[in-house]
Design a protein. Structure first.
Lengths: 606, 344
């Protein structure tokens, strides 16, 4: 095979391995080493709902252009799982490289690719890895081989291994030894695979970090003053709480007593119950869960909305309905979360789409929950929450916490009367008193039952109606307070692409692909519900808008059609959910198809 | 002791009252509510240091009918324990007083009830137990005795859940049973429970006059008055009162509470050692087998730490921590960021 030019800094690697074998550590070393060479990277972990022995894939994208969506094609395959190797090989484009264990049961049988057999056992023996660690060390063999083929610098590998095995000198030595031995062996092995794909030092990642959204959210929550956390383990949200547990002692001293209590509850019902109780008593309280947990939290969400109790609920979305695909990503809880609860319930929902937003929304959610005295949901997903992303370091919050309208005993002493739900300021938000406030006027009995302004039980129609009207006013206040959409307006564009959350990289890359095909677009990333006037304005400015989202029913599109019914027919839909993050070529093709359909159905009169 | 109209903090009994009850005339829950009021008055509780917690049901409604100057939360059916757990963690200086029913505790809320006790949230948890659903008009609850008959529901053929036995097994250190018709015992138990360091459960058989007060009911006034078999005569003795009466040896058992007060148990029909967990369970089992209605302090163990102690929460409640303690310093934050960027 003849190739004229090596591909530099714009390719992807898929490592197909067996879960529980330690391959994720190897993938992290590889990713970080390339990142440390200043080259933009992103990774997608496709893992099974299983502890050990099932197939898992890690796709590492290297992109000097800075694209971070899941790549549509990966020209380098690490085929370390014989069970899936045939299928994996079939995905490899012509001219691709297939690394595989020479001593395993499988060999690639394709003439149009470059096979590269790795003597895994021989290298591991040569380094003298103990029997116990052989399986784990074996994965470092492909890291070393790729270092040779791609030209990953030794200094970057050393730093990456040191980061990955912090505080474990023997593990650092052992893994580096395996990587170096494999690299030396691969460097001297004649193969056309050499130099086909190369990494070359850049300056694009200087000062940046690699982080996942759940860690970003945990650090944000600590900065935002979290005081009580209650949770029940569920993929893909558990690592958010585990990050809280790991970062709390590093960020907040507890010499004078704990500043945060983290309770593993007996289920998600109790988890939100504890959060509601803590929010009622004045602490900043949160939980993190995923779809099935959201279902269980429904009744408490309605109570929180109606009794007007601050709470923060992170939903790290996965694929549903029911247990669904617990380890795959989706954006399919949008409708259920917005309206979670029976009766006329609607909530404030934040929609982060980057690591910085996971961090800042974690703080903002507490501010909004206390300002609006209501549960605030943050919708992340498995792709944002568990995958590793590049990010600038987060900024220290410069604004004080917004603790909302709370009357102290001294405040009450200046008042002649007090009614919990009186709309004194016209924004639908009453004044709270916290339990423990000694003023005789302070005490009320919070309740989910019908109540009047004084929070006394009431079945009177006018009390009910007035209260619901005030809650609607409060929702309008929320509309003004939540983050504005992120809009990139192109004055030439007649087409607008709309999305939210983790699909942003695929949509942004698709816009470049569309532009190359002559379709100029604007884009809007919705950052929160309820949607504001900017959202209507964006839709009004474009002849066609395509709402791109990872669910089956086009949930954001449905909400936007309700939000601005005048423009409902301008909204096309690319709604796709198969558990895998979207790719840019897929989005491009779907947008083109959707536009063709819309132009046939609703011709634009010029 | 003479009847005082003003207590040690200058409040009258009226200051501990709530809204007028809307329960049926003669409801056992109203008797319990008046004993809560009396106990709080006699203990000179600061109303703002108590929180009234309840779920859903007749009993839970009654949270509105006492301690009107205390904050409270009438929450969800069977979920009051989790709300109380959260409130305790946010502000452990507040003392939760909870009223619940047999449906709220033993049916829909059994899981939360047990986990609350397992976590030892310091709560005074009163179960107003009448074996029947009132607000939904006369269905059996999980504490209805086998063979019990209700007008519409027919005959209950399932064994009852024993709230006290469940509480002991869950690790609760203060487990008592009483009868709404035995006002003094209810009151003394509530006073003792308020001074207990940990979760305290009082299962009060509290007749439902509308749906379950008929002659063959084991949760009726007649049954209670006829068959109640108190283990002991209970007196709560605050630490500031001198004990003057002389008793015969073996006649009295004093249970010392951590802050100094004493629960004085004067033996009646039998000798029961409430510090013996197995004896407590055996007592409940024997009473069940013999159809006996045993009341009194069944189990007592004050050794477990509370949830706030397990979490090492300091003297300042989490809810009252200033921003300076809730938000990390610039230096701590910078270190974490540097670590993420450089791995150092």
């Amino acid at each position: 095979m003849q190739f004229s030019q090596p591909v530099v800094n714009e390719f992807a690697i898929t490592a197909a391995t067996v879960n529980g074998s330690g391959s994720q550590t190897a993938n992290m070393v590889l990713m970080r080493a390339i990142f440390l060479m200043g080259i933009p990277v992103s990774g997608k972990n496709l893992f099974p709902s299983n502890i050990q022995g099932e197939p898992t894939w890690y796709t590492l994208r290297v992109s000097q252009a800075g694209y971070t969506a899941r790549p549509a094609e990966t020209p380098i395959l690490v085929a370390f799982n014989p069970r899936t190797a045939d299928e994996d090989l079939a995905q490899l484009p012509p001219g691709g490289i297939c690394l595989y264990p020479a001593d395993g049961p499988w060999q690639p049988r394709r003439a149009d690719i470059m096979p590269f057999a790795l003597p895994v056992r021989q290298i591991v023996d040569q380094v003298g890895v103990s029997q116990r660690l052989r399986t784990y060390a074996a994965n470092m063999v492909y890291v070393g081989a790729l270092a040779a083929l791609l030209g990953i610098e030794d200094e970057a590998l050393v730093k990456a291994v040191n980061y990955q095995f912090r505080g474990k000198p023997s593990a650092i030595d052992l893994n580096l030894a395996v990587i170096r031995a494999a690299r030396a062996w691969a460097a001297s092995e004649p193969s056309p695979a050499h130099g086909r794909f190369r990494v070359s030092r850049m300056q694009s990642t200087t000062g940046m970090m690699l982080i996942d959204g759940n860690t970003a959210a945990a650090i944000g929550a600590i900065m935002g003053g979290v005081g009580v956390v209650a949770w029940y383990p569920i993929t893909p949200s558990s690592s958010l709480i585990e990050s809280l547990e790991s970062y709390l002692p590093r960020l907040r001293p507890s010499d004078d007593g704990a500043t945060c209590a983290i309770v593993q509850a007996e289920d998600e019902i109790a988890a939100l119950g504890i959060v509601i109780g803590a929010g009622w008593a004045g602490a900043r309280a949160m939980t993190a869960t995923s779809g099935p947990g959201i279902s269980l939290m429904t009744e408490f969400a309605g109570l929180g909305f109606f009794a007007e109790i601050p709470a923060v609920i992170w939903d790290i979305q996965r694929v549903g309905p029911s247990t669904g695909l617990p380890t795959r990503t989706a954006q399919s809880d949008l409708l259920s979360v917005y309206y979670l609860g029976h009766g006329d319930t609607r909530h404030v929902v934040l929609l982060p789409g980057s690591m910085e937003e996971c961090f800042s929304d974690a703080q903002l959610a507490f501010d909004l929950a206390e300002q609006l005295q209501t549960p605030v949901f943050v919708l992340s997903d498995l792709d944002l929450g568990m995958n590793i992303w590049m990010s600038q370091p987060f900024r220290y919050p410069e604004q004080p916490m917004q603790r909302g309208k709370v009357l102290s005993a001294e405040d009450l002493a200046r008042l002649s009367s007090y009614a919990r739900f009186a709309d004194v300021d016209g924004d639908g938000i009453g004044y709270r008193t916290l339990p423990g406030n000694p003023h005789p006027l302070a005490a009320t009995l919070s309740r989910g039952t019908g109540h009047n302004e004084r929070n006394m039980y009431s079945e009177r129609p006018e009390d009910w109606q007035r209260n619901m009207a005030r809650l609607w006013r409060k929702h309008e206040t929320a509309r003004r307070l939540v983050p504005r959409p992120v809009i990139d307006l192109n004055p030439q564009a007649t087409v607008g692409l709309i999305g939210f959350g983790s699909t942003a990289p695929a949509i942004e890359e698709a816009r470049d692909l569309l532009a190359a095909a002559g379709i100029v677009t604007s884009s809007m990333r919705v950052r929160a519900l309820p949607a504001g006037p900017e959202v209507t304005d964006f839709i009004a400015r474009h002849q066609h808008c395509i709402v791109i989202e990872q669910n089956h029913d086009g949930q954001l599109r449905q909400l936007l059609q309700l939000h601005c019914p005048t423009y409902a027919t301008r909204l096309g839909s690319v709604a796709w959910c198969d558990g895998w993050p979207l790719t840019a070529p897929f989005v491009r093709d779907q947008v083109v198809m959707s536009l063709e359909q819309m132009r046939e159905l609703t011709p634009v009169i010029r | 002791m003479t009847q005082q109209t003003i207590n040690a903090i200058g409040l009258t009994k009226a200051d501990y009252r709530g809204a007028p009850s809307t329960l049926c005339a003669g409801c056992g829950h109203d008797s319990v509510a008046s004993q809560i009021i009396a106990a709080a008055f006699e203990l000179s509780l600061q109303p703002h240091t108590v929180i009234r917690m309840s779920g859903i049901g007749c009993s839970s409604k009654s949270a509105a009918y006492f301690l009107g100057r205390s904050h409270g939360f009438n929450s969800l059916h069977g979920r009051m324990p989790s709300v109380t757990t959260g409130a305790h963690l946010a502000n452990h200086t507040l003392r939760p007083l909870a009223v619940s029913g047999d449906g709220d505790t033993a049916s829909i809320g059994l899981g939360q009830f047990i986990h609350l006790l397992r976590r030892n949230v310091p709560i005074v948890y009163i179960v107003e137990n009448n074996g029947v659903y009132g607000l939904t008009k006369g269905q059996f609850s999980a504490t209805a005795d086998e063979g019990q008959e209700l007008k519409h529901a027919g005959i209950n053929q399932l064994p009852p859940i024993d709230v006290c036995a469940e509480a002991i097994l869950a690790g609760c250190g203060f487990v008592a049973r009483s009868f709404a018709g035995d006002a003094k015992q209810v009151r003394e138990l509530i006073k003792a429970a308020f001074n207990f360091h940990g979760a305290a459960v009082i299962d009060v058989i509290s007749p439902c006059v509308t749906f379950n007060n008929h002659d063959r009911s084991t949760k009726s006034y007649t049954y209670g008055k006829t068959y109640e078999s108190p283990l002991h005569d209970i007196s709560f003795i605050p630490h500031y009162e001198e004990v003057s009466i002389e008793y015969e040896p073996g006649e009295v058992r004093d249970v010392q509470l951590h802050d100094g007060p004493v629960i004085r148990l004067r033996k009646l029909n039998r000798d029961h050692d409430p510090s013996d967990r197995l004896a407590a369970l055996a007592l409940l089992e024997q009473a069940r087998a013999a159809n006996e209605f045993v009341t009194g302090l069944i189990y007592f163990n004050e050794r477990r730490p509370t949830l706030a102690e397990i979490f090492r929460i300091g003297p300042t409640p989490i809810a009252a921590l200033p921003e300076s303690r809730l938000r990390p310093t610039r230096e701590a934050f910078a270190r974490v960021m540097a670590d993420l960027v450089n791995g150092e």
